[in-house]
Ligand binder design. Structure first.
Ligand SMILES: [Zn+2]
Length: 47
């Protein structure tokens, strides 16, 4: 596996609304809030 620890994080499109995600903040073990659309998603869906 490649070490991507210094790579710029990239995210898939929002699984809820389909908007591009530029930032994600993990709010709990089952919740992450993504920006700019503001949806709450499962963190696993961002990987
Ligand atoms: Zn969204």
């Amino acid at each position: 596996m490649a070490d991507e620890s210094e790579a710029t994080p990239t995210f898939p499109d929002c699984p809820r609304c389909g908007e591009p995600i530029t930032m994600a903040v993990v709010a709990g073990p089952m919740t992450a809030r993504v920006s700019p659309c503001g949806c709450r998603v499962v963190p696993e869906s961002l990987e």
